[in-house]
Design a protein around this ligand. Structure first.
Ligand code: ADP
Length: 163
């Protein structure tokens, strides 16, 4: 079975992430969306909230396959990938600025386990400008996040972040 892992903070999930999940799920038998705990990043939402947002967002979509699982991971991504018997790490690329960091991570992960490949998927051009941090910034300043995140998570995001 061809298992892929799509890791990230998803703090919170955006329509850009959902687009990658939808496209990547068609390339794998099973896609695991791996929500990183990484408290050092000081996430705005708890892991449970981020997972709940993903669940809600995926259930809202009719075009999503039923081969997607959502899990939490902490510590090394490569250990999680191995534990899940996955062979592919999926990453999204928005701009050249993403490239340097992702290039380093892909090479480091290759060094840690040469049997696991990182596959990069180009952002859908309509989401190229979109990031979780931009969503949080807009919400914290009372702006509208319509069209940036799935409809069902708009209210809980605003409730938590709007001053
Ligand atoms: P962010 O960079 O938005 O804080 P994450 O750490 O949660 O997001 O990102 C998880 C993965 O999703 C990364 O591979 C990142 O490059 C990708 N990604 C994030 N936003 C987009 C987008 N708008 N289009 C495509 N890929 C994206």
């Amino acid at each position: 079975m061809n298992i892929g892992v799509y890791p990230g903070s998803f703090d919170p999930v955006t329509n850009g992430h959902i687009d990658i999940i939808c496209r990547a799920s068609k390339l794998c038998d099973k896609l695991i969306v791996a929500v990183g705990s990484n408290e050092a990043k000081k996430p705005a939402f708890t892991v449970q909230e981020r997972i709940e947002f993903l669940r809600c967002a995926l259930s809202e979509r009719q075009d999503m396959g039923n081969n997607i699982e959502i899990e939490n991971f902490s510590n090394l991504l490569i250990d999680f990938v191995k534990k899940k018997k996955a062979k592919i790490i999926i990453k999204g690329l928005r701009a050249v600025s993403d490239f340097e960091y992702e290039f380093q991570m892909a090479l480091l992960n290759k060094q840690l386990d040469s049997g696991i490949e990182t596959l990069f998927m180009m952002t859908n051009v309509i989401y190229a400008y979109l990031s979780s941090s931009a969503v949080k910034e807009i919400a914290r300043n009372g702006g509208k996040i319509d069209g940036l995140v799935p409809d069902c998570i708009k209210d809980p995001i605003m409730k938590k972040l709007k001053p």
